[in-house]
Design a protein around this ligand. Structure first.
Ligand SMILES: [Fe+2]
Ligand SMILES: [Fe+2]
Length: 378
């Protein structure tokens, strides 16, 4: 006999509870990720925040199908609010990770497992498919850590209430790195401007030693890019949900790029993360702008210009027979296209939907940069 299943309203209540947990996980993971020093954990956070954002998109869709408001489906019960408040009150990345990974995610997994056991697999097959996918990913995130006994899916939802406010963390001073990574004002002095200019003057690193420095610097730049996207999302909870999904995707892409460079350094170049100093002057110069300025200068300028260099680097390295290194740039280049588009999409949105106004803003802000894309005044 198949289970009797949940009625449509109870089913929607369960999804509403998952909605609240995932919404706040996405918000705070983005807030804390730049402050997590460990490269491995930072990577995991970039990966998970993207999973969580996609999961929430699918849950919103299911809420809509179940005739529930999918933008904000009522407020969580006091019991669930208590768990969410503890997540919001965290005062360090470590504090946050403890609540998120030992309680919030295990609570989701537990409730989704109960949901899967009790739903009608035919009448409610869409929920069956959706939850099977999501719960499997969430289990991988927690890796068996943490346990949660209560079923948060069954908690009531208070309809027609104000949305829970999302606490925004104080602005970043600078992102955190593993303590074995030296952070200096100027970063790695080996990295010269010729590596970052477009056109005839561009220098492609082809020797082993210069490639070591170059990919190390690039790994740090990818982390900074991920952290910038994380903070764009965290600091702007008022933006439409799709913006957060785009930022989460880019966050994950950038930490994947960092991972690619990490592996390349280990496998091909005989060096490792932490071998050279890193610096945050470029990160600061972009982070100091408002959201529109960051989108214009980072997505619309820095990433757009990097596309030319990636393709140039790929071509030069292919000609030298360095296929493995060349292929890295092929994928960086492919991923850069949607990243540049994120600038167009959300920059235009911030300017009343006018792509032309965005292009003008990009031109205006670019005029303040030098030929490497750094602010001319710095
Ligand atoms: Fe990247
Ligand atoms: Fe990018």
């Amino acid at each position: 006999m198949r289970p009797l299943g949940y009625d449509v309203d109870d089913n929607a209540i369960r999804f509403s509870n998952y909605f609240h947990v995932l919404r706040e996980l996405v918000h705070f993971t983005n807030g804390w990720m730049p402050l997590e020093p460990s490269w491995e954990r930072k990577y995991a956070l970039g990966d998970h925040v993207h999973d969580d954002a996609r999961a929430l998109t699918k849950i919103k869709r299911r809420l809509y199908e179940l005739r529930s408001p999918s933008e904000y489906p009522g407020s969580p019960s006091p019991e669930l609010a208590e768990l969410l408040d503890r997540m919001a009150r965290a005062e360090s990345a470590q504090d946050y990770l403890t609540v998120a990974y030992n309680e919030a995610k295990p609570a989701l997994v537990r409730a989704m497992r109960i949901h899967l056991e009790n739903l009608d697999p035919v009448a409610d097959e869409p929920s069956l498919r959706l939850l099977t996918q999501i719960v499997e990913r969430q289990e991988r995130h927690t890796d068996g850590h943490g346990r949660f006994d209560a079923d948060i899916g069954a908690l009531p939802v208070r309809l027609r209430t104000e949305a829970r406010e999302l606490r925004v963390l104080p602005p970043l001073e600078e992102p955190a790195r593993d303590d074995f990574v030296e952070v200096t004002a100027g970063g790695d002095p080996y990295l010269s401007r010729e590596l970052y200019v477009n056109g005839a003057e561009n220098h492609v690193p082809v020797e082993r030693e210069e490639q070591q420095h170059f990919f190390h610097g690039l790994m740090d730049a990818e982390l900074s890019a991920a952290e910038l996207m994380a903070r764009n999302s965290h600091e702007h909870p008022e933006m439409p949900w799709d913006f957060h999904v785009d930022m989460a995707r880019q966050n994950w892409d950038e930490v994947r790029h960092a991972r690619l460079h990490d592996l390349l350094m280990k496998d091909e170049l005989g060096c490792a993360w932490g071998a050279f100093a890193v610096g945050f002057s470029y990160f600061r110069s972009i982070y100091g702008y408002d959201l529109l300025g960051r989108l214009c200068l980072f997505n619309g300028t820095s990433e757009q210009r990097a596309m030319w260099r990636h393709s140039h680097r790929r071509k030069t390295l292919m000609e030298l027979g360095q296929e493995r290194v060349a292929l890295v740039f092929d994928y960086l280049l492919a991923d850069e296209v949607p990243h540049v588009h994120n600038g167009v999409r959300w920059g235009s949105y911030l300017l009343g939907g006018s792509e032309q106004a965005y292009r003008e803003k990009v031109r205006e802000l670019r005029a303040e940069l030098d030929e490497t894309g750094a602010p001319a005044s710095a």
